[in-house]
Ligand binder design. Structure first.
Ligand code: 5AD
Ligand code: FES
Length: 355
């Protein structure tokens, strides 16, 4: 078996490791390995994006969800959540302030709220797209039929985020009730890709029952799917869920995985997530320095922010969109990067590793 450093070199050159190698690297990683990994990840990040950080404005338009995932604060069994839906006017007003602040991608995220028929989602997409034709629309509203995904795409949705959560069957069962299946979730992702969306998958780091083998499965699945974006952040317990007493994922492991992802897919869109900023005050900055190149601040009205609490102590729940934008500007500049006014589309690579 090779050393961690040799495996990092192999990943850098070949953009892939075998399952046992992912496991070895994760289980034997040292501080020195991490430093080395991050320096190569930054080299790739700089090569493909310079010091430019893309932004996406997140609009959390409904916290009503039919699912009961054990980790999630807005799961349907949590009766302590005050439920809300934003009106079309409220959504448009978020988009308006976001556009003024320089956002050119809007992510419409919500629980799986059955009150929205396909026609309603289509209307939301078309209305925003008409008002801001220079913007990309990303949907993040869970598992739907292929036909529904097609309708949203035809209405103008460009991208879709659907974290797979874990690619390991047993681990998936540990995190979700019986009515949900990994097979269906993966199918949704392949359908979305087939339709033509730019797709984002992803997983939580350090969720209950996660092993190095699970993470290796995640890397293999990502290699198979070839998504344009991968969203990862630490698992953080929410006090009103079955996982209230579980340990949170660590900053250190999340950063290591960001570095590995950057080397596996050099031009990948890789956000430094809000969860990362929640477990450490400079978590997002450290995420960027480990290879991430996207931030996704919240544009939701301050009045509902606290109600979209997927996990405890979520940051930015008291701040206006403009404050978050300024704050992130400052944070990125402090480490030598800049936020850009750009849709931040995925740019395919030329040649061998093109996806
Ligand atoms: N901790 C961290 N991330 C969470 N998510 C949901 N609940 C938690 C939690 N307790 C993530 C999931 C989901 C995304 C919207 O938020 O990965 O896909
Ligand atoms: Fe929201 Fe810093 S990013 S206040």
């Amino acid at each position: 078996m090779r050393t961690g450093r040799q495996l990092i070199d192999k990943l850098y050159k070949e953009h892939m490791l075998k399952k046992e190698e992912w496991i070895f690297l994760l289980e034997h990683r040292t501080k020195e390995d991490a430093e080395y990994l991050f320096s190569l990840a930054r080299e790739q990040q700089k090569k493909h994006f310079g010091n430019r950080i893309y932004t996406r404005g997140l609009i959390e338009f409904t916290n009503i969800c039919r699912n009961d995932c054990y980790y999630c604060g807005i799961r349907r069994s949590n009766s302590n959540v005050e439920r809300y839906r934003l009106t079309m006017e409220q959504i448009l007003s978020c988009a308006r302030s976001g556009h003024e602040l320089g956002f050119r991608t809007f992510v419409l995220q919500g629980g799986e709220d059955l009150a929205y028929q396909d026609e309603d989602i289509v209307e939301i997409v078309q209305t925003i797209k008409n008002a801001y034709p220079d913007c990309a629309i990303t949907l993040s509203i869970g598992e739907k039929s292929c036909e529904s995904y097609k309708k949203y795409f035809d209405a103008g949705a460009d991208r879709y985020l659907l974290r797979h959560e874990t690619a390991d069957e047993n681990h998936y069962r540990r995190l979700h009730p019986a009515e949900l299946s990994l097979k269906h979730r993966k199918q949704c992702l392949f359908d979305l890709k087939e339709i033509g969306y730019q797709v984002g998958c992803g997983f939580m780091v350090g969720s209950p029952g996660q092993t190095a083998e699970c993470l290796a499965e995640d890397m293999l699945f990502i290699a198979e799917l070839k998504p344009q974006m991968v969203g990862i952040g630490p698992f953080i317990p929410h006090h009103d869920t079955p996982f209230a007493e579980e340990q949170a994922g660590t900053l250190e492991l999340t950063l290591f995985l960001l570095g590995m992802l950057r080397l596996m897919i050099p031009n990948l869109l890789l956000p430094a997530t809000t969860a990362l900023g929640t477990i450490a005050p400079d978590g997002r900055e450290q995420g960027i320095l480990a290879g991430a190149n996207v931030v996704m601040p919240n544009l939701s009205p301050v009045s509902v922010r606290k109600k979209y609490e997927l996990y405890d102590n979520k940051i930015c729940t008291g701040d206006e969109a403009a404050e978050c934008r300024m704050c992130l500007n400052r944070r990125m500049e402090s480490i030598g990067y800049e936020l850009v006014v750009d849709r931040g589309d995925f740019k395919p690579l030329e040649g061998e590793f093109a996806i």
